[in-house]
Design a protein around this ligand. Structure first.
Ligand code: TYM
Length: 333
């Protein structure tokens, strides 16, 4: 049966507080999709334990991320919002996909290589297997479109390959998903090193802006942001630091990069950085206020999770049953 609306799926890991990079590269772009698509937004806690997590902190982070989803404009009436560990099908499908995924494919993943270098004391199988679980997340819901930042494109490519491989080996089962990567903001860079991605796991907190940083902290981090030589506010490849700040400014203020260049002509970096800070604060402050209100209403948040898990389970368990049947497992009696 043809679907009336196409399906969108995406997720964020509840590790630490999400950054401005997560917001501009992903979360913010999820909001308008809700009107046109069947959207499924997941808090991917199974993914987060590939790196050591403190249990109480993980629980808090998952709830806080849910509140951030809602505070940013995700509506539980329009979209399915749930926690990955509440839907067993994610792990169940991942196992089946594991058996059609080659070790070489996972070994090649740049994020695996980066993370293994960073966590050499905890080189666990989950870290390597992570992209297969992500493929499972996406394929379970017959997802058409996956809104993500640039760093996830290699993982999405694997999901597409696994879908095609399974479809060829058995029979058409999975939709082969497309990525949805924003033209501007797909890779927000660290404020301290414009050649590295802004990341919540950065050891230097001045490198990232957390979505829950207060205004003073945002202003301070912005002032400390590294800049390029010369004093021109111009977007260009040889000016990675200023180009990154222009990207952030444009996305937060709604002013195009070209207009921003004109606006700050001859202004100098100090004035420009303060304006970027103002724009970021104006974007995050209303979200932070809603986040605070939501965090005070755990009953509501739990109800959202309950309904989300029910909806997700209904779709996902059917897909797993179908996959298991095609593989040749005995049907449940
Ligand atoms: P995660 O939690 O690292 O990041 C969540 C989303 O934010 C994007 N992102 C960025 N975008 C722009 N600039 C940045 N500096 C930046 N940092 C992160 C990421 O591209 C991502 O879209 N594996 C995923 C989570 C996941 C998932 C999925 C995503 C699990 N299953 C299924 C989509 C579909 C991850 O670790 O994202």
């Amino acid at each position: 049966m043809e679907k009336v609306k196409k399906t969108v799926f995406s997720g964020i890991q509840p590790t630490g507080t999400v950054t401005l990079g997560n917001y501009l590269g992903a979360l913010r772009n999820w909001i308008p999709l809700q009107d046109e698509y069947d959207c499924i937004y997941c808090i991917v806690d199974l993914h987060s334990i590939t790196v050591r997590q403190e249990p109480a902190q993980l629980r808090h982070n998952a709830m806080s991320l849910l509140a951030l989803y809602l505070a940013s404009g995700i509506s539980p009436e329009k979209s399915t919002v749930f926690v990955q560990s509440h839907v067993p099908a994610h792990a169940e499908l991942a196992w089946a996909l594991d058996t059609i995924c080659y070790i070489g494919e996972l070994n090649r993943m740049t994020q695996f290589k980066d993370k293994s270098a960073k966590h050499s004391d905890n080189l666990n199988m989950g870290l390597m297997n992570y992209p297969v679980l992500m493929a499972s997340d996406i394929l379970l819901y017959s997802t058409d479109l996956v809104p993500i930042g640039k760093d996830q494109t290699q993982h999405l490519e694997l999901a597409r390959n696994l879908a095609e491989r399974f479809n060829n080996r058995y029979s058409p089962t999975f939709v082969v998903p497309e990525g949805f990567i924003p033209k501007l903001g797909a890779k927000i860079m660290s404020l301290q090193n414009p050649l590295a991605k802004m990341s919540k796991s950065d050891e230097n907190p001045n490198g990232f802006i957390s979505m829950l940083d207060d205004s003073d902290t945002i202003r301070r981090k912005m002032r400390r942001a590294v800049t390029d030589s010369d004093t021109e506010v111009r977007f260009s490849e040889d000016k990675p630091a200023i180009s990154n700040l222009l990207t952030i400014y444009s996305l937060c203020s709604g002013v195009s990069v070209a207009d921003a260049e004109k606006q700050f002509e001859g202004a100098g970096y100090g004035v420009f950085k303060d304006a970027v800070a103002d724009a970021v604060i104006a974007t995050l402050e209303p979200i932070q206020q809603r986040h605070k209100q939501l965090m005070a209403d755990k009953d509501y948040l739990n109800e959202v999770l309950k309904q989300g898990a029910e909806r997700a389970n209904r779709i996902a368990s059917k897909m797993v049953a179908k996959v298991y049947r095609k593989i040749g497992f005995l049907p449940k009696v």
